[in-house]
Design a protein around this ligand. Structure first.
Ligand code: SF4
Ligand code: SF4
Ligand code: SF4
Length: 275
């Protein structure tokens, strides 16, 4: 039975997503939720299973399966604005669906269980940024994290202004905000990656969603822990970490602890299996 223990996490994740899928399907009487959350849960569980099997592109497979589904199918085809503007829009209209459910599960309450797994395995912005050449830090991080609060404020003001001005056909504006917002995110993310020599610079300095993700992931149930008896302090885990997390420190207050995207690079590269 011991060898099955490693499959606990994929099974746990699948169980969580299926619970959400079935609950929403039944309470909202809409089969879409069963399909949507089952698809995402199965994709993530598949990725975790492949990771356990040491398949080196496991995370990329999930990023593409979930990221493309959300960007192309939900965003462009179903015309749901899944960006932060979409969250404000649905909250203001009082509709608990689409972006509100997505945010509640992936970015607000889900991180209490799986931290920033969204950022490591599912985000369609990072799905593209992770193809760029700067996978590990070439220079120390810059102190630019305050920009995220400005981006957060702008998104809120933009949608509030549309409501206050009683602009007509907001739904259509939200669709175009999604298209233009994504083009902007990709452009800024790619430029910043090359300027900072860091694929994840956009995540560290600009992404407004981290205003939710960081505090919630502080309490995450699933987190990387270090077995101090096995660790030989070689520092390899920190050198391969794209987010500069001090992963050998087990406390919740460890340096950049809320930046961990659960990408598993440290785990894969630890020569002593200490993580
Ligand atoms: S920080 Fe933002 S852009 Fe980066 S992976 Fe997370 S949600 Fe995506
Ligand atoms: S890579 Fe492993 S052994 Fe080396 S410092 Fe990190 S946890 Fe310790
Ligand atoms: S390398 Fe390890 S500590 Fe760094 S982000 Fe990935 S999982 Fe977290």
């Amino acid at each position: 039975m011991g060898h099955l223990k490693k499959y606990v996490y994929p099974v746990l994740i699948l169980a969580i997503f299926e619970t959400v899928a079935i609950s929403l399907w039944k309470t909202k009487d809409n089969l879409f939720y069963l399909f949507n959350f089952s698809y995402i849960g199965l994709s993530i569980a598949l990725g975790m299973f492949l990771l356990i099997q040491n398949y080196k592109n496991a995370r990329r497979v999930v990023q593409l399966l979930v990221g493309l589904y959300m960007l192309v199918y939900l965003g462009f085809i179903c015309r749901e604005n899944m960006q932060i503007e979409g969250l404000w829009y649905y909250l203001f209209t009082g509709v608990f669906e689409a972006a509100t459910i997505h945010y509640a599960v992936a970015k607000i309450f889900g991180p209490l269980i799986f931290g920033r797994g969204w950022c490591g395995f599912a985000c369609w912005t990072a799905m593209v940024l992770d193809f760029l050449p700067y996978k590990t830090l070439q220079e120390p991080q810059k102190k630019l994290g305050w920009i995220r609060y400005i981006a957060f404020g702008i998104s809120l003001i933009f949608v509030s202004a549309l409501f206050l001005a009683k602009v007509g056909n907001i739904e259509r504006i939200m669709f175009w905000a999604f298209v233009i917002g994504n083009v902007l995110y990709y452009a800024v993310g790619i430029i910043l990656a090359f300027v900072c020599k860091d694929n994840r610079a956009f995540c560290k300095y600009i992404c407004p969603i981290t205003v939710f993700l960081k505090p919630m992931s502080y309490f995450s149930l699933i987190r990387i822990q270090c077995d101090e008896e096995k660790c030989v302090h070689c520092g390899k885990c920190k050198r391969v970490c794209p987010m500069e997390v001090d992963v050998t420190d087990n406390s919740r207050k460890r340096k950049n602890g809320t930046e961990c995207i659960l990408c598993m690079e440290c785990v894969k590269n630890c020569p002593k299996g200490a993580l």
